[in-house]
Structure formats: structure tokens, C-alpha cells
Design a binder for this molecule. Structure first.
Ligand code: ADP
Ligand code: ZN
Ligand code: MG
Length: 481
């Protein structure tokens, strides 16, 4: 086959996300969830898979599943059932995972423009710890299993293959994480494994409707690594197709240290899970009361909050930034409330997003800084009242970040008040023109390009406390233009 360098390819990506639900007890038994307890202290015959032990579905996990379904706009099944997904692994003592198959709790839905295929409930496997050669038992390397995690409730969220780039995958996952966090259904901590993501990736020539062969990138533990892994896999597939080769369906591991993609398992080694309905559990039936309880528990979600902020006039990126990081949204709303009626909410949002956040650590909560929300609001009010210029406001903010305080008092104490009005500015403009006679001539002749030189002079003289537009006006009137 010849290579086709002119063909353009587009990525097609579908995501599968596992979320550990924040219930008190496990999915099918009364053991409390274990985090950091001594190994194998949170177990019972059910989650150890002992013969004859009977599971009972956790009502709170179903409630949290319904909340997720409602938040993602899914159809909620009035009746859904559990299936056994059979496979062997040391961390799965039952020999099967209890999951949902053809009748999941939630189907359909959408988040941030990505369609949701389904959301279903299942139990987590236990944790295998590979002790390697450093932890020898009887002189050999070994693995050990901690069953505390076994049986933790999981919601699996599956998307349609609607994602078109690594960046979009990252953006979707960030929105999903903040949404789940707002719902309070999970800790959503990737490094702790309470949020885990697999990415299914294929590429196809632009214009082709048929999907290409996909590979699956397993369990990356940060959004950044997921994006890097997806980018690397798209590049690998494209190189294969350009060389006239084919993509093999397989499961891959991405090593963020080296950037290497290694095969974990090929199509031939794929599991045959022999799904069948779980005979020990009754179907989940959703009553109107259960639905009502889930609905009543829904908070305002980040996507809706971003829309509300946009409707106030905020730039979409700013609205998203403030809404997706709830602590920023809360700080913004506190500042708006402090500013009172008629406040310039866009200016408050911009000063927060573009200036204050630049002066704090990346993930810092401004509420923990020395700049109170009312102080930020007051500073915006001083700019609106022309008591201080935009440039002056930035200097005030520097002081606020360093030592806190009252913006008006800082303007006063540091002499940062705006220099305005003809009395104050005409002499400075005259000095600027006198110091730059050639430029004064060009301006008089109608060439406005060097206006900046005059403004620069005035700004220097007033330490940035003049307003550029006002200076321009005074230059024009002084020159009789
Ligand atoms: P499997 O049977 O291999 O698990 P599914 O049909 O259940 O595959 O899909 C799993 C995930 O893979 C879903 O998120 C789906 O959107 C995505 N997906 C399916 N086919 C493709 C493809 N050709 N390219 C990219 N993603 C795909
Ligand atoms: Zn148990
Ligand atoms: Mg699947």
C-alpha cells in the first residue's frame, strides 16, 4: 500500500470514568469503607467472596447514582438489574465483579457537549500491592492483596465517542470532576484512585463516518498525563496509518516519564466476561420518593453556574474559571454582594481572574489571602469613580496581597490617587510637548502615531496615575486640534 501524506486524520475519543462513591459502607455489605486503615481490617464474608455469603445493594450508593444521572441529564431506569462480570484475578475473590450490563441505572445524557452513553453501578476490586524484590517472603518477590478496597461502590460513566482532541478530553474531565465534587458523591481524587479514567482512541480520515480501530489507554492518574497519553497515542496511530500499516485493537499503558506506550493486552487476550444476571440480588426499582430525594439533593452545578455568570456579561472563559472552581465563584459572588446595586460585576470578575489570581499561588483560594472580597469590590468601585486609574489599582492590589487593608486608605497613604482634570494635567502635557518639539510638530501636522510618546511622558511624570484617554484629549486641545 502506498503512503498518503495528503490525507488528514481526525481523532475520535470516548471516555470511561470510574468514580468511587462516598458512602459510609460498601456496595453490597455492611463493612465501612477503608482509607488508610491497616490492611484487611474492613472485610466480611460478602466482600471476601466466601461461599454462601449474600450481597445486599447499598441504598445510599443507588441514591448517589441517581444524583449523578440527574446531573448529567440521563434517563433513569425505573427498573435496572445487576450482572456478574466473570474473570479471575487475585484481587477479585468472588471470581466476578457485580456490575450492570444491558439494563444500567442511567442511560443517555450530556455534559459540556459530550454525550453520555450510560452510568452504572458496580463494586470495586481489592488492591493488589506488588511488593517486588524489596519485600521478600521466603526469599522470593511477591504481591499482597488488601481487601479493604474490595467492594467499594463505584459509578462507571461511559461517554459516546464525541471527544475530538486531548485538550477536549481534559476539559470534559475537569468539568466532570467539578460536577461530581459539587454533587458531593465522591472525593474525586485521581491520585488516591477515587476518580479513574480510561481513554478509547481511534483516528479516521477527515470526512469518513465509519470509526477507525480503537485502542484503550488504561488508568492514568492525572489529567495532564491523560492529555499527554492521548496526544502520544494519536501520533502513534497516525504514523502507523501514514506508513500504510494498521492499528491493532489493544489495551495500552502510557508512561508519562518516558512517553512510551506499551501493550498490556491485545484483542486476542481480551476477556470473555460471560455476563449473566446476578441471581442473589433483586432488581433496583426506583420509586418516586427516591427520585424526589435525589432531585432535592442537587446543588447548583458548575455548568449552570457558568451560564449564569456568562449571562451577567462575563467572558465565557472567565465564567468557566469562576464557576468550575467553586471557591472562586463563591469569592466572586461575595465581592458582588459587597459592591451592592449597580456594581460593575464584569470589572470585579476581571480584576479577580486577571489580576488577583496572577498574584496568588496557582490553586490558592483567594478567601485565604489578605485580600477580602469586599476590599476587591471597593477597589473596583474606586476605579469606576476615577479615584484611581487601572494601573494604580494594580499597585493597590500588590499592597493588598502583601499586607491586606483598606483600598481607599492605601490609595491615600501611598499617594496612588488618580491625577486628573485640566488643572493637574495641562502643565504636565505642556512640559511633555516642550520636551519633544519634533513630536509636537508631527501631531500638529495631523500624524497621531507618536501620541504614545507624550502619554508615556505624562505617565512617567504622574507615576502612572493619569488616564491615557484624558491625556490624549488634553494634548489635542492644547495643540488646538
Ligand atoms: P468495548 O466493548 O471495547 O468496551 P464500547 O462500545 O463499550 O467498547 O465502548 C467503550 C468506549 O469506547 C466508549 O466510551 C465509546 O464511546 C468508545 N469507543 C467505541 N468505539 C470507539 C472508536 N472506534 N474510537 C474511539 N472510541 C470508541
Ligand atoms: Zn464486607
Ligand atoms: Mg465497554
Amino acid at each position: 500500500m502506498s503512503t498518503q501524506p495528503s490525507v488528514r486524520y481526525e481523532p475520535v475519543i470516548g471516555l470511561e470514568i470510574h468514580v468511587q462513591l462516598k458512602t459510609r459502607t460498601k456496595m453490597f455489605c455492611g463493612c465501612e469503607l477503608g482509607f488508610g486503615e491497616p490492611p484487611n481490617t474492613r472485610t466480611c464474608p460478602v466482600c471476601l467472596g466466601l461461599p454462601g455469603a449474600l450481597p445486599v445493594a447499598n441504598a445510599e450508593a443507588i441514591h448517589l447514582g441517581l444524583m449523578i444521572g440527574l446531573a448529567l441529564g440521563c434517563d433513569l431506569a425505573p427498573r435496572s438489574i445487576f450482572h456478574r462480570k466473570n474473570y479471575f484475578y487475585p484481587d477479585l475473590p468472588k471470581g466476578y465483579q457485580i456490575s450492570q450490563y444491558d439494563q444500567p441505572l442511567c442511560s443517555g445524557g450530556e455534559l459540556g457537549g459530550v454525550r453520555i452513553t450510560r452510568v452504572h453501578l458496580e463494586d470495586d476490586a481489592a488492591k493488589t500491592i506488588h511488593a517486588g524484590s524489596s519485600g521478600r517472603i521466603h526469599g522470593s518477590s511477591h504481591s499482597v492483596v488488601d481487601f479493604n478496597r474490595g467492594g467499594t461502590p463505584l459509578a462507571e460513566i461511559v461517554t459516546e465517542p464525541d471527544v475530538e482532541s486531548a485538550e477536549q478530553a481534559g476539559e470534559f474531565l475537569r468539568l466532570l470532576r467539578t460536577t461530581l465534587k459539587a454533587l458531593g458523591v465522591s472525593d474525586v481524587d485521581m491520585s488516591q484512585g477515587s476518580l479513574r479514567c480510561d481513554a478509547n482512541i481511534s483516528i479516521r480520515p477527515v470526512g469518513q463516518t465509519e470509526l477507525g480501530t480503537k485502542t484503550e489507554l488504561k488508568n492514568m492518574n492525572s489529567f495532564r498525563f491523560i492529555e499527554q497519553g492521548i496526544r502520544a497515542e494519536i501520533a502513534r496511530q497516525e504514523a502507523l496509518l501514514r506508513a500504510g500499516e494498521t492499528v491493532e485493537q489493544e489495551t495500552l499503558h502510557f508512561d508519562p516519564q518516558t512517553g512510551a506506550l506499551t501493550s498490556m493486552r491485545s484483542k486476542e487476550e481480551a476477556h470473555d466476561y460471560r455476563y449473566f444476571p446476578e441471581p442473589d440480588l433483586t432488581p433496583i426499582t426506583i420509586t418516586p420518593e427516591m427520585l424526589e430525594r435525589a432531585r432535592a439533593a442537587l446543588p447548583e452545578l458548575p455548568a449552570a453556574r457558568a451560564e449564569r455568570f456568562e449571562a451577567l456579561g462575563l467572558h465565557p472563559d472567565t465564567a468557566k474559571l469562576l464557576a468550575w472552581r467553586p471557591e472562586l465563584g463563591d469569592y466572586f459572588e461575595e465581592a458582588v454582594a459587597a459592591a451592592g446595586d449597580g456594581a460593575d460585576v464584569v470589572a470585579i470578575a476581571n480584576l479577580l481572574a486577571n489580576e488577583l489570581l496572577q498574584r496568588l499561588d496557582a490553586e490558592a483560594d483567594p478567601a485565604d489571602s489578605k485580600v477580602t472580597a469586599p476590599a476587591l469590590a471597593q477597589l473596583v468601585g474606586l476605579v469606576a469613580a476615577k479615584a484611581v486609574t487601572g494601573a494604580g489599582a494594580k499597585q493597590v492590589l500588590d499592597v493588598l496581597v502583601a499586607q491586606g487593608g483598606d483600598p481607599a486608605a492605601i490609595v491615600e497613604a501611598q499617594g496612588l490617587g488618580a491625577v486628573g482634570g485640566e488643572d493637574a494635567l495641562v502643565p504636565v502635557v505642556q512640559a511633555a510637548l516642550a520636551a519633544n518639539p519634533d513630536i509636537a510638530e508631527r501631531l500638529k501636522g495631523g500624524d497621531m502615531k507618536p501620541m504614545g510618546v507624550i502619554i508615556g511622558f505624562v505617565m512617567k511624570e504622574t507615576k502612572g496615575r493619569a488616564d491615557g484617554k484624558e491625556v490624549t484629549k488634553i494634548v489635542r486641545s492644547t495643540l488646538g486640534l
